[in-house]
Design a binder for this molecule. Structure first.
Ligand code: ZN
Length: 320
């Protein structure tokens, strides 16, 4: 590169992880004056939704409701990233419009906020959605770079020593050709047919929050391909079997309000059913480095439907 950086600058590049999912056949707490537990703000950005999948406000509201589940659950404090002058943070993510790699230079994100680019397009086969955290490159003062990597979290967030996670956000895309059920009120339960958008949104957001997609997740997979995070093992009663490296195995059930439900982060969903986050899914969030509040339940769980089991989606890693 042509421009010379000041002596105390550094540059780092981190990969973007994307998980393809859900096919269907049918602390360091931030040292501020406030020690209060604040919710995270999940900011959805639709500027890459060129197909207009989210033009209907019902769909946006439903996605925001799913995002707010994580925002209310997670109690970590994330520092802001403010690009300015020599300090430059470039956000890299899978463009919801076409799957290409998009880069926004001199990106900033407020404290306790994640920005998630959302959209819809035709996805191949029976894939319902794709989601993952963003990658980034960063240059500037050491302080700026270190903050951008950690966002104030205690543990390492990158590489083989990662035990924590601090994404700026990421991207999610939904299959515009699927037979979606858009629930106008996911807090109530009623029979429906088709693919439950709310369930898939929770699942894809789980990937944005590092389930199956983060180094702190990968570092907890043992030689047998099972997940050994302590919270997950406690919830499951042992090492948790995985499907590939990015999902719980389909056999993994968790609890929602004392009722058994197939885990939300298993690779598939039955049409006509809703899956919310179970205790196993929440434990996974803890194991990748999030602090969580007493577990809220996004909606009552019920299980019915055609019994059509979906195919497994494959995890995919992309270099940023
Ligand atoms: Zn998935």
């Amino acid at each position: 590169m042509g421009a010379k950086r000041p002596d105390n600058t550094s540059k780092k590049v981190f990969q973007m992880n994307t998980i393809k999912t859900f096919r269907t056949a049918a602390v360091v707490s931030l040292l501020t004056v406030s020690a209060a537990v604040d919710a995270l703000t999940i900011n959805f950005d639709y500027s890459y939704d060129t197909a207009g999948f989210f033009n209907d406000p019902t769909r946006k509201n439903l996605l925001q409701t799913a995002g707010n589940y994580f925002g209310n659950l997670i109690t970590d404090n994330l520092t802001a990233i403010n690009s300015a002058g020599v300090n430059s943070f470039n956000a890299v993510f899978s463009n919801p419009a076409d799957g290409s790699t998009a880069t926004i230079e001199n990106f900033s994100v407020a404290a306790d906020t994640l920005t998630i680019f959302a959209g819809g397009r035709a996805l191949s086969g029976s894939t319902l959605g794709i989601g993952g955290p963003g990658g980034f490159s960063v240059s500037g003062t050491s302080q700026f770079v270190n903050n951008a990597v950690s966002r104030g979290q205690t543990g390492d967030t990158q590489g083989a020593t990662a035990t924590d996670i601090a994404p700026w956000g990421g991207s999610i895309v939904f299959n515009s050709g699927a037979n979606w059920y858009f629930d106008s009120n996911p807090a109530t339960t009623e029979p429906f047919s088709g693919n439950d958008f709310f369930s898939v949104a929770l699942h894809e957001l789980g990937h944005v929050f590092g389930l199956g997609t983060s180094d702190s997740w990968s570092n907890l997979i043992d030689a047998n391909g099972n997940f050994t995070g302590s919270a997950s093992m406690q919830a499951y009663g042992g090492a948790v079997p995985l499907s590939g490296t990015g999902h719980w195995a389909s056999s993994v059930n968790g609890l929602v309000n004392g009722q058994s439900q197939q885990a939300a982060m298993s690779p598939s969903i039955v049409t006509g059913t809703r899956k919310v986050f179970t205790n196993i899914d929440v434990a996974g969030l803890q194991d990748v480095g999030w602090q969580v509040s007493a577990v809220p339940v996004p909606a009552a769980v019920w299980l019915f439907g055609s019994g059509i089991i979906a195919l497994f989606g494959a995890a995919r890693r992309k270099a940023a």
